[in-house]
Design a protein around this ligand. Structure first.
Ligand code: ZN
Length: 212
């Protein structure tokens, strides 16, 4: 399936945004959002067959709520931040944890662990409207039908509006920008043949299959 959005100018990703996930990886609690990028060429639309990367082994799913920016400009208040969002969906920030551990130990950038081909699964967008409570959005990730992650955006360290305000201190938001807003606890390893599904009642259910 083709992508459900035009090629975004940028794909922002937030790391360490749920307490229990920070703890499961023994990372320090962030005082400011942890931000990294994936190039748009990493995006994988719904149903696209996902090739297991060849430069690592410990491939983790990170289910995340993804927001799309609809307006250019910086936001400084929660109201402005919410008004800047035009659509939301779910995605998976695929991560090679073994490669990342090696890069972290060497204090090197994470791109090889995070920004490889097909590393950003992207669901289909639903328009954002005020009846969608971004502070209380429940979502799940199953692998082969078994639940691995169950998150609620109410558990975020930095809420979605807060993330956009923090990003705005550095970047001028652009229409089409995507923000992967961090993953809850339960990240775990994937294998060839696995089917990864992310689901939220308000957004939908999207699956990807891993192949060699
Ligand atoms: Zn992530």
């Amino acid at each position: 399936m083709p992508l459900s959005t035009p090629i975004p100018p940028r794909v922002f990703c937030i790391g360490r945004n749920y307490v229990k996930h920070v703890q499961e990886l023994s990372n320090a609690m962030p005082e400011k959002p942890v931000v990294f990028f994936k190039p748009a060429s990493c995006l994988a639309g719904v149903g696209e067959l996902i090739h297991f990367p060849k430069h690592g082994q410990d491939l983790h799913h990170e289910a995340e709520v993804v927001v799309r920016i609809g307006k250019q400009g910086r936001v400084t208040t929660p109201e402005q931040a919410l008004a800047a969002i035009d659509a939301i969906t779910l995605g998976v920030d695929l991560t090679l944890r073994d490669v990342q551990a090696d890069l972290k130990a060497k204090r090197l950038p994470w791109e090889k662990a995070k920004a490889f081909e097909q590393s950003a699964f992207l669901g289909e967008f639903v328009p954002y409207e005020s009846s969608i409570d971004l502070q209380n959005l429940d979502f799940r990730c199953t692998v082969n039908g078994k639940e691995r992650q169950h998150g609620n955006t109410g558990d975020m360290i930095f809420s979605i509006p807060k993330l956009l305000i923090e990003l705005s201190e550095i970047w001028n938001l652009l229409p089409g920008d995507l923000v992967y807003t961090g993953t809850p606890a339960g990240v775990s390893a994937l294998q060839v043949g696995d089917i990864v599904t992310v689901t939220s009642e308000r957004i939908g259910s999207f699956s990807w299959t891993l192949v060699e």
